[in-house]
Design a protein around this ligand. Structure first.
Ligand code: ADP
Ligand code: MG
Length: 333
């Protein structure tokens, strides 16, 4: 493609993440509004070109459940990726604005994400690797789509040096060093669904064995920032060290004030050692929903279901047959 910065006019900043920032832009020659992701990467020219080549795969990803791509280009020292602009933003922003999300909407999110994962894997052999509410986008047509999937191994490598690769949505096996599989994405989906239905991140330090009992985790933003900094640390330290750190944490590791009491290391420890979170409290949600989320959050990846198996669940059957008006729903915020 012949996309270039000179043809793009900045309209607004949409957000910032680990890897860079996202701008709402207008492609002036065509009048098309796009989302431009700017990623700062520290890589040799040869690697940058390789990344660009790999990003071309995005262009051939065509599915109603995947944010489409207009192309990518180098704007030294950044790589810019232009994609479909989703005017209702991401689901983390939505629940932070409107509170806990109606379970019928959550069900349609689950269905769309599964369809997106199936498409990426079956058609392109791509594992998403970063399923989380901020990578699930929505527009005023009532469409739900995935973005930021791992098309480029070289891009992942280039960014991994600094931070990404670890997130608070990581599966127990990934925390313990296993390779990515589509089942790791399923775990992240399960955590994300609970987060949307509860209106908050589902892990808390309630099971923590020290005096610090301020278990309010609405400081998910803080936690994310902590995660960013401590990533490689948590992974590379290994369990014993992480546990030791976790013991003497309350004054040591937990950096952020303002109610955030759980360090990334404690969180990783909890994900690996404690029972998986569940959709609750008991009785609040339909058992079909509980059953589905439980199947996403089986701790053993062997037992955990694949996207295809999950699509056969009753809850997903209901999603497919649903007449719920998502377009109407998006007009309420
Ligand atoms: P993260 O996903 O970790 O939040 P990103 O840099 O990927 O960080 O994205 C920052 C924010 O930009 C997202 O939270 C999302 O709200 C917004 N965003 C990303 N892509 C799009 C898009 N295609 N359309 C609209 N908003 C987007
Ligand atoms: Mg993102």
């Amino acid at each position: 493609s012949d996309l270039k910065n000179a043809d793009l006019r900045n309209l607004a900043e949409l957000g910032q993440g680990n890897g860079g920032s996202v701008m709402k832009v207008e492609h002036v020659p065509s009048g098309t509004v796009m989302a431009k992701k700017i990623v700062l990467i520290d890589a040799k020219p040869s690697v940058r070109k390789q990344i660009l080549r790999e990003l071309q795969i995005m262009h051939s990803c065509k599915s109603p459940y995947i944010v489409s791509s207009y192309g990518a280009f180098l704007a030294e020292p950044n790589i810019c990726i232009c994609m479909e602009f989703m005017d209702k933003g991401s689901f983390d922003g939505i629940y932070k604005k409107v509170g806990a999300i109606d379970i019928e909407v959550v069900r349609q999110v689950a269905y769309s994400v599964l369809e997106g994962l199936m498409y990426l894997y079956d058609v392109h052999r791509i594992i998403h690797r970063d399923i989380k509410p901020s990578n699930i986008l929505c527009n005023s047509q009532g469409e739900i789509k995935l973005c930021d999937f791992g098309v480029s191994g070289e891009l992942i490598n280039s960014i991994a040096h600094t931070f990404v690769g670890t997130s608070i949505y990581m599966s127990p096996e990934r925390i313990q060093g296993a390779e990515y599989s589509v089942k790791s994405d399923v775990w992240s989906l399960g955590i994300s669904l609970i987060e949307l239905a509860l209106g908050r991140f589902p892990f808390s330090d309630a099971s923590s064995d020290d005096e610090d009992n301020d278990s309010d985790l609405e400081g998910t933003e803080d936690l994310k920032k902590t995660a960013t900094n401590r990533n490689s640390l948590a992974v590379k330290m290994g369990e014993k060290t992480a546990r030791r750190h976790s013991r003497r944490k309350s004054k040591g590791v937990s950096l952020h004030g303002g109610g955030m009491t759980m360090s990334i290391i404690e969180l990783m420890h909890q994900i690996v050692k404690e029972p998986a979170p569940r959709l609750g409290p008991e009785g609040k949600f339909a058992k079909e929903a509980e059953e589905f989320v439980d199947a996403c959050l089986l701790k053993d990846p062997e037992e955990r279901k694949t996207p295809r198996e999950l699509l056969a669940y009753v809850w997903m059957d209901q999603a497919q047959k649903s007449t719920f008006d998502l377009k109407e729903w998006t007009s309420t915020f």
